[in-house]
Write a protein that binds this ligand. Structure first.
Ligand code: SF4
Length: 57
């Protein structure tokens, strides 16, 4: 079975349903960028945010 090419690939489940890339609570963006919020050092998952988010409005 194929595993572990040079580029990581994963399924991204996402509950942000008003995002342009969200279909049926899955992320369909070609690539995804997540960064720390605020002072740039996340302490918990609450301190992270999806930079790729784009409103579908
Ligand atoms: S881009 Fe971010 S917010 Fe939008 S569906 Fe993907 S993971 Fe969710």
């Amino acid at each position: 079975m194929g595993c572990c090419g040079d580029a990581p690939r994963m399924e991204v489940k996402c509950g942000v349903e008003n995002c342009h890339y969200n279909k049926s609570r899955m992320c369909h963006a070609d690539s995804l960028e997540v960064n720390a919020m605020g002072d740039g050092k996340a302490e918990t998952s609450d301190g992270t945010c999806c930079t790729t988010f784009k409103s579908n409005k």
